[in-house]
Write a protein of this length. Structure first.
Lengths: 658, 110
């Protein structure tokens, strides 16, 4: 048996974990349920590694392997199997999904400690891991769609995990409904693929993409892009992602930063032969939507006060970078940034979760400050993540972002400029966050003897003093216990992810061709359609230097404002309110939108219902007028029959010619 | 000894039988329409039936086709069955409401 045959284990293990937890999760309880779930995803990671090495051992041409498990839908000309496509792209995705996923599972063991639905959380997490792996491993569009809907459903379950809070419950609904709009595009793309080529299998579909007419290829590519926009939170469908932060923080890290939201990028990368056949305006559109989303979300992140909201808009912004890369034909850079982003954004989210945990569920950054004193490990790892996302070399984010900017420059300097401004804002808002949370003065008061436990006189006096101090300093937040560092199950993933965020750039270094490991690895999947740019080495170095300088300037401005306090922070209300995007949608839907819907309702009530009811009324009225003839007098019926017979007779006699 | 020579001998034309049948049918139909006693109406229906069978037999003779006589046998059987059911209903009704006329039994009006 070859190691490649192990591929079915990758999704099977999380599925097994899900089934066990569904049946006996409550009985296993805390922490066994969490350990089991973590072990399953960990095992899945080991299987991915085994398959990875199996694939490495083959020559480049043979690095594609389809494992068919069973026939799923054999209907006439349509044949859909449950099968897995193993190639460099899918295995790369599997590696980071299961790797980062296992770490986040481990983290959740500590984070969800004491939650009454502890085992249910891991049920969803394992189901999510299974769906996500089906999404990337499926050998046809339908399996991918199955995974696509699966992760969507899990996302909904997990955002609304604390469903007793109406706000959190409706955030889940918002995510689900917004995603449906994108799913519509994906479905149309599947139908169009089947109509055009009679198959939904990737190997046949992408191999036959050259035979598609430009119109069909454009339709499929645009519909896939709409689907990707929904899942990957691109403008105008990004609204659900910031609200998705209502879920527990490990969920934000796993689903809404590292894995699920990148599936749109994966889908477009997978479909690169179709995009190559599409009309010439499709790719620039993708690039511009990505660039605009990146900039738009970055401006919003600048004014957010909630520690997780900053990271949420940052995620939208970074996903915009990936779409920018896809749109400029830099598929390798897109995948590269997807992986490094998974490392550092998962790290940042888990770090923020650790902060929230240590601050006893406080999320407002204006009430934090100087937390590095209380939680050194979280602070150190968070700073690594910050430097990585801000684009400081040699951290991972620098290399991937630099590559995207390079391709953007080669495609259109305007795109590059937008990317650069975004980079500046990214460095700024992330520095702002780090300075507000971990540096500066404490904007909360610790009152160890607060509340009802003031037993002795001394403690009562301490309490009075602390309250007075809080009053004097204008602190709204009074903590009864000082902030504390998180347990080892939470800090260990932080440390591992911090390590990855430092060295992650090593998989694709720009210096010589020999160091383009990721590009060589992905070559069989992307090869032909990757943009080939010719930029002089001097320009490359210049661009990199400009990018680094921009990042440092961003950090410097934040330092000046939030540490040195040279001036009041500029945090316009409109940015904190996300350019009023949400409220304009509400206003539109509540105002003209509602009137429109009501007009449709009226049309439905009067015209459609009117036609149906009219038929009924007509029949009833005719019946009413005819019922008089039904007198019940046998003799009058007999007269009718006799009269009719006479009439018939007269008619036939008239026909006869004598 | 068939019927036809007899008719020829006596000088009775087949059309006479048809006229007789038509007369019987008209009497039956008129009786059905003008009388109100259910039993009499029932007898009128029988009269109409027999008028029709008579015309069947006559045509059968005229056209030398035995099919018409076969139909008569069917009509007799069906009429017998109808009499059983119809008389049963009428007797039941008259027992419950002595002296009821057909017009009194107009309970099934729309």
């Amino acid at each position: 048996m070859e190691t490649l045959d192990l591929v079915w284990l990758i999704p099977a293990l999380p599925l097994l974990g899900f089934l066990i937890l569904v049946v006996g999760g409550r009985k296993l309880g805390e922490p066994l349920a969490g350990i089991l779930a973590t072990a399953m995803v960990g095992g899945s990671f080991l299987a991915s590694v085994a398959v990875f090495f199996g694939l490495v051992g083959k020559s480049e041409e043979e690095r594609q392997f389809v494992q068919t498990l069973f026939e799923w839908i054999p209907v006439g000309g349509m044949q859909v199997d449950v099968g897995f496509l193993v190639d460099p792209l899918s295995i790369t995705m599997c590696l980071f999904i299961t790797g980062v996923g296992a770490l986040i599972h481990l983290y959740s063991i500590g984070y969800m400690h004491g939650d009454e639905n502890y085992s249910k959380f891991f049920v969803y997490l394992n189901l999510f891991a299974f769906s996500m792996l089906m999404l990337v491993l499926g050998d046809n569009l339908l399996i991918t769609f199955l995974g696509w809907e699966g992760v969507g459903a899990c996302s909904y379950f997990l955002i609304s995990f604390w469903f007793t809070d109406p706000e959190k419950a409706s955030a889940g609904k918002k995510a689900f409904v917004t995603n449906r709009i994108g799913d519509w595009g994906f479905m149309v793309a599947i139908f169009a693929s089947f109509a055009a080529l009679g198959t939904v299998t990737y190997t046949e579909l992408l191999g036959g993409a050259g035979g598609l007419s430009e119109t069909t290829a454009t339709l499929i590519a645009v519909c896939l892009f709409i689907g990707a926009c929904g899942k990957s939170a691109q403008f105008p469908l990004f609204v659900w992602l910031p609200d998705a932060m209502a879920g527990p923080t490990p969920v934000s890290a796993l689903i809404h930063a590292a894995t699920m939201v990148t599936s749109g990028v994966y889908l477009l990368t997978r479909a690169n032969p179709i995009i190559a056949e599409a009309a010439s305006w499709v790719q620039p559109t993708i690039a511009w939507v990505g660039a605009f989303t990146a900039l738009f979300a970055a401006t919003i992140a600048v004014s957010q006060r909630d520690i997780k909201k900053v990271l949420a808009y940052s995620t939208v912004s970074q996903l915009g970078y990936m779409f920018l890369a896809v749109g400029t034909g830099a598929y390798v850079a897109a995948v590269f940034h997807m992986i490094t982003h998974a490392f550092f954004k998962a790290l940042l989210f888990l770090g923020s979760g650790s902060v929230i945990h240590g601050m006893h569920d406080e999320q407002d950054m204006t009430r934090m400050g100087n937390l590095r004193k209380y939680m050194p490990i979280t602070a150190a790892t968070f700073i690594v993540g910050w430097l990585a996302i801000a684009g400081v070399p040699p951290f991972a984010g620098f290399w991937s972002k630099d590559e995207i900017l390079l391709y953007a420059w080669a495609e259109n300097p305007a795109l590059w400029a937008v990317g650069l401004v975004t980079a500046l804002l990214t460095a700024f808002y992330m520095s702002r966050q780090v300075f507000m949370v971990f540096f500066g003065e404490e904007r909360f008061t610790v009152d160890a003897h607060g509340g009802e436990h003031a037993d002795t006189t001394q403690e009562a006096i301490d309490h009075e003093v602390a309250a007075a101090e809080a009053d004097e300093a204008g602190h709204e937040l009074v903590l009864h216990d000082p902030p504390h560092e998180s347990p080892v199950t939470m800090t260990l993933p932080l440390i591992v992810l911090a390590g990855l965020a430092i060295v992650g750039g090593g998989m694709q270094l720009p210096f010589t061709k020999d160091l383009h490991f990721l590009e060589d690895w992905l070559h069989p999947v992307i090869g032909a359609n990757e943009a080939h740019i010719s930029v002089a080495t001097g320009t490359k170095v210049g661009l990199a230097l400009v990018a680094v300088a921009t990042g440092l300037i961003g950090i410097g401005i934040a330092y000046a404002i939030y540490i040195r306090k040279v001036r009041e922070p500029i945090e316009p209300e409109i940015l904190a309110d996300a350019w009023r995007y949400d409220s304009s949608i509400s206003a539109f839907m509540g105002g003209p939108g509602r009137e429109g819907f009501e007009a449709i309702t009226t049309f439905d009530k009067t015209v459609v219902d009117g036609a149906v009811n009219g038929v009924g009324a007509l029949v009833r009225r005719t019946g009413d007028s005819l019922r008089g003839s039904q007198s019940g007098f046998v003799r009058s019926y007999a007269l009718g029959i006799a009269g009719g017979a006479v009439l018939l007779l007269a008619y036939f006699l008239a026909q006869v010619t004598f | 000894m068939t019927l036809l020579p007899t008719l020829a001998v006596t000088g009775v034309e087949p059309s006479w039988y048809l006229v007789l049948a038509a007369a019987l049918f008209a009497i039956g139909a008129t009786g059905l329409l003008v009388r109100r006693n259910p039993l009499v109406m029932f007898m009128c229906v029988e009269l109409m039936l027999n008028a029709v069978t008579l015309s069947f037999v006559t045509f059968s003779r005229m056209l030398d086709d035995v099919g018409g006589q076969a139909v008569v046998v069917f009509v007799l059987v069906v009429a017998a069955a109808e009499v059983v059911v119809g008389l049963g209903i009428i007797v039941a009704i008259l027992r419950k409401r002595p002296g009821a006329t057909a017009d009194d039994l107009a309970l099934l009006k729309g």
